[in-house]
Ligand binder design. Structure first.
Ligand SMILES: [Zn+2]
Ligand SMILES: [Zn+2]
Length: 383
């Protein structure tokens, strides 16, 4: 089959690779119809993540058609149209039974890679290096789906591929942001980042009844999308002082829930840049979220980072009595509900698929996505 392979820093190429095969009784094989770029891929693409090898297939958010099922697969048949959770979890271990699918004990085969970093292994993920299981990615014609009954979900008729594919990762990640923030009616919620995850966090906060949802970014085009498609308020940090603006929009108290959806090394440079004694290369958006959050509020981290950050404002967290939470999404818990909301037209995601390309143009798609060129929010590949 053809697949989009990582070949070294900033280099991708479509190669002929062996077709995936069933390895376990609970596996199935899916023919990919849609596979999406994700911000979490960019450090991999840049070659900043260890344990990635030349020839590895990228991609972890996808939708397709079942072409082969293992003998123990009960919920799926050949020809079913399914969306697959980007995280790989067994559904049976202690963590999965608590609904903490992203913490699954059995999702990764290469636990030795994760333990020195995090103390414990976590769930696997498609298109990731050995650290997250070494599973082949979805930018390919076919994908092997382990624990198929746990991680794959039949897409309701009437929900388009371009909408449903976001139920794989971006929509459950956004839902997780609102869930960890315990967003409730009356809340003022601020979200840093107007990419797909930030927009879908804002959408989730609105669905949960938040009073005001404000999205912080510096891309006017993305912020217009936030207004038009999500019904949230834009806040461009290039023109406005974010903490002051959020205080103003929350009756002076600060946002109740602040969600970081840009990644720990990114964010608006305004708050601490250039001040004597302050380093500007730390987790800027996270620091601004801590600064802007009301006393006793919750800060949620969704942006991807596997390492360490410097200049984390621990004192502000303590003195303001903040709750800080974060995680990768437990999509297996929420994907059926999200698909139902998509079917009822409550959750619309297809506007995020700004660029549709054949797999052959994968390298171009990633370049557009990485550089946010031509208004690219997400590039969607069709093999
Ligand atoms: Zn993703
Ligand atoms: Zn498990």
């Amino acid at each position: 089959m053809r697949a989009l392979c990582w070949e070294g820093a900033e280099t991708l190429a479509v190669r002929q690779v062996p077709d995936p095969e069933l390895r376990n009784a609970q596996d199935m094989i899916v023919r990919v119809r849609r596979s999406v770029t994700c911000g979490a891929d960019l450090p991999l693409l840049a070659g900043r993540v260890p344990h990635l090898a030349a020839g590895d297939v990228l991609g972890h958010e996808f939708l397709g058609e079942v072409v082969e099922v293992g003998p123990e697969v009960r919920r799926h048949r050949v020809a079913d149209r399914v969306v697959v959770c980007s995280g790989i979890a067994c559904g049976a271990c202690w963590f999965c039974r608590q609904g903490l699918f992203a913490c699954c004990d059995n999702g990764t085969t290469g636990a030795a890679g994760a333990e020195p970093e995090w103390g414990q292994p976590t769930a696997g993920c498609y298109g990731r290096p050995a650290l997250l299981g070494g599973f082949a990615g979805s930018h390919a014609e076919f994908v092997r789906v382990p624990y198929a009954d746990v991680g794959a979900f039949t897409v309701p008729e009437g929900v388009s591929d371009d909408r449903a594919v976001f139920a794989s990762d971006a929509a459950p990640t956004g839902w997780m942001g609102a869930e960890l923030g315990e967003v409730a009616p009356g809340d003022v919620v601020a979200v840093w980042g107007a990419g797909a995850v930030g927009q879908l966090t804002a959408a989730a906060a609105r669905l949960r009844g938040a009073d005001r949802v404000i999205v912080v970014d510096d891309h006017d085009e993305r912020l217009r999308m936030v207004e038009r498609h999500v019904g949230a308020e834009p806040l461009n940090y290039r023109y406005l002082d974010v903490p002051a603006e959020l205080r103003e929009r929350s009756g002076g108290r600060g946002a109740d829930v602040c969600v970081e959806a840009v990644g720990p090394a990114a964010g608006s440079p305004g708050l601490f840049a250039g001040r004597p004694g302050r380093r500007a290369d730390g987790p800027l958006a996270l620091r601004e979220a801590v600064h802007s959050c009301r006393k006793g509020g919750t800060v949620v981290l969704l942006g991807t980072g596997t390492g360490f950050v410097d200049t984390f404002p621990l004192g502000a967290v303590l003195d303001k009595g903040l709750t800080v939470r974060g995680g990768r999404q437990h999509g297996q818990r929420w994907i059926p509900m999200l698909l139902e909301r998509m079917a009822r037209d409550e959750l619309r995601t297809e506007h995020l698929a700004t660029h549709r390309l054949p797999l052959e143009r994968g390298a171009d798609g990633y370049a557009l996505f990485r550089d946010r060129a031509d208004g690219c929010v997400r590039a969607v590949f069709t093999p």
